[in-house]
Design a protein around this ligand. Sequence first.
Ligand SMILES: *[C@@H]1O[C@H](CO)[C@@H](O)[C@H](O)[C@H]1NC(C)=O
Ligand SMILES: *[C@@H]1O[C@H](CO)[C@@H](O)[C@H](O)[C@H]1NC(C)=O
Ligand SMILES: *[C@@H]1O[C@H](CO)[C@@H](O)[C@H](O)[C@H]1NC(C)=O
Ligand SMILES: *[C@@H]1O[C@H](CO)[C@@H](O)[C@H](O)[C@H]1NC(C)=O
Ligand SMILES: *[C@@H]1O[C@H](CO)[C@@H](O)[C@H](O)[C@H]1NC(C)=O
Ligand SMILES: *[C@@H]1O[C@H](CO)[C@@H](O)[C@H](O)[C@H]1NC(C)=O
Ligand SMILES: *[C@@H]1O[C@H](CO)[C@@H](O)[C@H](O)[C@H]1NC(C)=O
Ligand SMILES: *[C@@H]1O[C@H](CO)[C@@H](O)[C@H](O)[C@H]1NC(C)=O
Ligand SMILES: *[C@@H]1O[C@H](CO)[C@@H](O)[C@H](O)[C@H]1NC(C)=O
Length: 782
Amino acid sequence: MLSRITGSLPLMLSYCFCLMLLSIIVAVTVAVAAEELPPAPTTFKTLNGKLDLAPLNRNAPLVIAKGGFSGVFPDSSEYAFAFAASFHTSLWCDVQLTKDGVGICLRDLLMQNCTDITEIYPEGMKTYLINGAQKTGWLPVDYNMSSLRNVTLTQSIYSRTQRFDYSNFDILSVTGFISLIKPSSTWLNVEHDIFYREHGLNMTNYILSIQKLGSVKYISSPELGFLQSLSGGINREVNLVFRFLDKALSDPSTNKTYNSMLSNLTFIKTIASGIMVPKNYIWPVTSDNYIQLHTQIVQEAHNAGLEIYASDFSNDGIFPYNYSYDPLGEYLSFVSDGGFSVDGVLTDFPLTASEAIDCFSNLNTSRKMDHGNPLIISHNGGSGDYPGCTDLAYENAVRDGADVIDCSIQMTKDGIPICMSSIDLLATTDVQQSKFCSLLSVIPEIQTKRGIFTFNLTWDEINILRPKISFPLSNYVMLRNPRYTNHGKFLKLSEFLTYAKDKELSGIMITIEQNAAFMAASLGFDVVDLVSTALSHAGYNNPTTTNKEVMIQSRHSAVLVKLKQQKTQYKLVYTLPLNIEDASDSSVAEINKFADAVIVDRKSVFVESSGFIVRKTNLVKELQSAGRLAVYAQVFRNEFVSSPWDFFSDETVEINNYVLLVHIDGIITDFPKTVRRYKMNPCTGLGDGKPRSMKAVEIGGLVQKLQDKARPPARAPALVLKPSDVVEPPLPAAAAAAAAAAVPKTTGYSSPRSDAPPPAAAVTAISSTGILLGMVWVPLLI
Ligand SMILES: *[C@@H]1O[C@H](CO)[C@@H](O)[C@H](O)[C@H]1NC(C)=O
Ligand SMILES: *[C@@H]1O[C@H](CO)[C@@H](O)[C@H](O)[C@H]1NC(C)=O
Ligand SMILES: *[C@@H]1O[C@H](CO)[C@@H](O)[C@H](O)[C@H]1NC(C)=O
Ligand SMILES: *[C@@H]1O[C@H](CO)[C@@H](O)[C@H](O)[C@H]1NC(C)=O
Ligand SMILES: *[C@@H]1O[C@H](CO)[C@@H](O)[C@H](O)[C@H]1NC(C)=O
Ligand SMILES: *[C@@H]1O[C@H](CO)[C@@H](O)[C@H](O)[C@H]1NC(C)=O
Ligand SMILES: *[C@@H]1O[C@H](CO)[C@@H](O)[C@H](O)[C@H]1NC(C)=O
Ligand SMILES: *[C@@H]1O[C@H](CO)[C@@H](O)[C@H](O)[C@H]1NC(C)=O
Ligand SMILES: *[C@@H]1O[C@H](CO)[C@@H](O)[C@H](O)[C@H]1NC(C)=O
């Protein structure tokens, strides 16, 4: 039995990859306080449960690591297997045979897809007929094991880092892999038995010859005939699993389509003890990428006495919009939230699957939450699923459990403060397709490119425009739910205040951006006064009537200084410039004069180079201790490209590390649901006894695993915040839209935020080509 999470057993030292470097094993054990209680066991509706692997969670589904942790390291490499083994997964090896009959672990029969063989044997390309289809490439049947010694494994998915290709990982033989890693559970997957037979190689004989290696627990194949050929000689402890592929394809050993074989599960049960199906057999996906109601196949398999495993999970694949790019949510719908549980999941990111099973299944969602740390602050409402700052986005944020909802103030031509994420209507609405499309102008104080600005249209005019969902990560063609792209209605500040008043929120946050000075000088709007008036009007100046904390946020100190001078009772929140990594004592003292809380960019907390974390700064700690300031970080997003590789393309991992490593006071997010779910998990409070999937990452751990020549460029020295970055001239008095209005100096940091919505033209280009384009991940981080 394995030490998964139980208190008395030795624990891994930390969440480092020390296991991976098998030559330098750091065998430190930490005794766990005996009085710490593990969370109540969760029961899963699996067929039998995997008791050998999950002493804590009874009947827990199995996590099967495809080629190891292939989401980060090259598939079937030593690092990939060693890292995945540390989560007590079953390690999946795709067995291929060399010319001299040696079994090797390799994800693809076409070696050019997962190795550097084209460079080693440039002349080796051949064409073969495989299961009736012509395939061209480099195949293992043409090479003996010793001639593959110089071929190394490479990352085959373009959206992942290719930097580990420089690590020269050897191709591992199946027996070599088992003796190197010593897995507690090995899963061998065999495809192309018929093809190998045509080349004089006997896969049945090979598998039977190595099954005595104790850890082989599962053998799967999409060729039923192959499993049948094993059934005479295989150990009873080994489970045979029939793997379904695409429904329209045929099993070459029976010449029946997988779809037709689905209707005869009792027959399959005579040969196999389980089946593995692509995940869309269970939750079908429409052509426009939404999930439909689940099928009955899990129940049918269980009724037939078959275990059922689901395949094709990864954190960086294409997600149906229903999952909002949240891989953890997807697992939950397969193991608990659908009212059933598969017996295992095959994944490139075993950490996320373990986390889902260990800490997030069957959460009691009716549990009432306090508004404790980290505070969940929406970013333009729940803008990950709906157009930002619309009624739908705010309703979504409240439903998903935000503690605080936010309104970013813009002004209309008729002087009405409204909530909108951008001053430029091109970014937030379909104004370009409206009769107002001619109102383009360049206003250098705001932005260099042409825009149609909120203050050029009246509220009634803006109100007839249709809101547009934001695509902050459009460089990667990751679209947000197109079904809602033109839905919802924008709100005036007064409407927002009325809406928030009776909701179960701890507070609201009003953002007054850098444009306040321009508004006052050029347009004659005193935004600060307009906001104060609206707040008193709605009763927020009397905390006993609303019971809500009001926060006012700005990246311009002059706005907050003015409010401070008015002896405001509201909480003043200062947004630090980008790229700051450190704050001098004197600058913290300046901030203390006008702010109660500070917002920092995520990259000021964990400094990245080429998407790898290179260091953690002390900024949050300095602000919290020296300044006694609450510190919130922004902007958190589910889309995997928005966070560094070190968080394994899992937003929950990112949140967990801000809580464990920097004790962040609040998280500003497009997806409040992900943070709320995190706050409900029972594992965070377990201290050292928490499951490995919930431990903090080793800062810089991934970079250290890279070869020198593959390391990302060194970062420039840290930018330290100075008092002169903080202090600003006071806001100009509001004048009637004056000519030569004096615009205050802009600080060196007022460049457009990296998370500003993309120009409208880019978005149109994306939506017109639709989801197909979505398959082409452009890896900017490489
Ligand atoms: C494997 O390589 C072939 C030819 O280079 C390519 O067409 C195919 O899409 C690749 N498959 C995968 C899974 O990478
Ligand atoms: C392996 O293949 C290489 C190249 O074809 C050949 O030179 C070598 O003798 C073979 N080795 C064995 C053990 O068959
Ligand atoms: C492998 O590479 C080494 C060094 O580059 C070379 O000497 C050797 O001949 C190569 N072996 C094979 C089998 O190609
Ligand atoms: C392959 O090996 C198995 C088991 O050793 C044997 O029963 C079978 O006859 C062999 N097949 C062929 C085609 O040689
Ligand atoms: C399946 O079809 C192929 C090609 O037509 C044929 O060679 C093979 O014998 C068939 N197999 C079975 C089990 O019918
Ligand atoms: C299931 O498959 C077996 C073997 O091919 C066949 O004998 C049996 O009739 C099938 N049953 C059904 C319900 O199709
Ligand atoms: C997925 O989202 C679509 C669009 O909102 C909805 O119609 C569908 O019912 C959702 N699927 C499930 C299983 O809830
Ligand atoms: C869920 O939480 C509610 C409210 O705290 C509680 O009344 C209920 O008993 C809990 N349900 C379970 C199954 O623990
Ligand atoms: C928008 O408003 C600004 C400020 O009043 C003005 O300078 C600009 O000309 C207006 N743009 C258009 C196209 O009306």
